[in-house]
Design a protein around this ligand. Structure first.
Ligand code: FES
Ligand SMILES: [Fe+2]
Length: 336
């Protein structure tokens, strides 16, 4: 089982958008474990196992009172940092048991997304330089649930040879089926991948490309950041940049969260929803294909046949397998 690999606990995963965590606790699932998220009075998001230390009720079924999370079963109340501050049955002013505090896990909000890391982070959340650049706007897309494994998703997002087939309905029909030789390079500090030029159909994508032609040329990069983050950048000859961060999160071996974030240096009068409708349609095509493919993508390279166009994915699989073979940075907290 991929999700049983303890070393995966030491990485950051997107489980929600910041906007999702406000007035009520939120239940999320990562690597086959349940967590609750809530926003405490200081505005920060807290994440903890979704299990009350008292009788194991799901805390996500509770509510928020003055920024504290209240368990729905007997009303134990948890404040900043998961500190248990009230056990109503004990009466006011009585100390709470030392083991009643929640074993919170790492949370970061970045790019309008909530990232959590149950273990000790082995690496930072990948940097998107456009995020701090006033010329670019950021567009979030919402969190989806895909009935497929993160390994199949990451493999797919690194692959351009499926474009003329899976994406014939959006942009792939006019693309050359032959993939030119791929040279893998370190694209920047955080992403490893390749650069390429593609001619793509523009009939469905005019709002996104800002161009009228039937076919447009994109100069692109696609790269990965272990374990499952992919970034594609698109540059049009008009100077328009369209950066897509593709985040895949393992709920379990065969179910995943998916979200994408876009940065563009474009005309902000075009509504965000109009701009990303094209990317949503492309994502739906990938989802439809991937949900037809059963199980986890084998990481052993000899278990599937690969060709030249699969080079980026083969390299990602090789590096992921090496990562999974490493020792976790520390013991997990008890019972988490
Ligand atoms: S189970 Fe949560 S207060 Fe009892
Ligand atoms: Fe695709």
């Amino acid at each position: 089982m991929l999700v049983d690999k303890e070393v995966l606990q030491d990485h950051w995963y997107v489980v929600a958008e910041s906007a999702d965590v406000s007035a009520a606790p939120v239940a999320v699932r990562l690597l086959s474990r349940d967590y609750v998220l809530w926003r405490s009075p200081d505005g920060s998001v807290v994440a903890a196992p979704d299990r009350c230390p008292h009788r194991e009720a799901p805390l996500s079924a509770g509510w928020i009172d003055g920024g504290c999370l209240v368990c729905p079963y007997h009303g134990w109340t948890f404040a900043d940092g998961g500190r248990c501050v009230e056990v109503p049955s004990s009466g006011p002013g009585r100390p709470v048991p030392p083991s009643s505090h929640l074993a919170t896990i790492g949370v970061e909000e970045r790019y309008g997304l909530v990232w959590i890391c149950p273990g000790t982070p082995a690496a930072s959340i990948p940097a998107i330089t456009q995020d701090g650049d006033a010329r670019y706007r950021r567009i979030n897309s919402g969190i989806e649930r895909w009935e497929t494994s993160v390994t199949r998703m990451t493999d797919n997002f690194l692959d351009i040879s499926h474009f003329p087939y899976v994406h014939a309905g959006t942009f792939g029909r006019d693309q050359d089926r032959e993939v030119p030789t791929i040279d893998l390079v370190q694209l920047d500090d955080d992403f490893f991948g390749y650069r390429y030029v593609v001619e793509v159909g523009n009939e469905a994508g005019a709002a996104s490309s800002g161009l009228d032609g039937r076919v447009v040329t994109r100069r692109m990069t696609t790269g990965f950041n272990l374990p499952f983050t992919v970034r594609s950048t698109i540059h049009y000859e008009t100077g328009l940049d369209h950066v897509i961060l593709l985040c895949s999160t393992p709920i379990d071996d065969v179910t995943s969260y998916f979200t994408f974030v876009i940065w563009r240096n474009d005309d902000v009068s075009v509504p965000a929803e109009e701009v990303i409708a094209f990317d949503r349609a492309i994502g739906a095509e990938d989802k439809r294909m991937l949900e037809r493919v059963a199980g986890v993508l084998p990481l052993e390279l000899q278990d599937t046949v690969s060709v030249q166009s699969d080079k980026p994915s083969v390299e990602w699989r090789r590096r992921l397998a090496a990562l999974l073979a490493t020792t976790p940075r520390r013991e997990r907290p008890q019972g988490v």
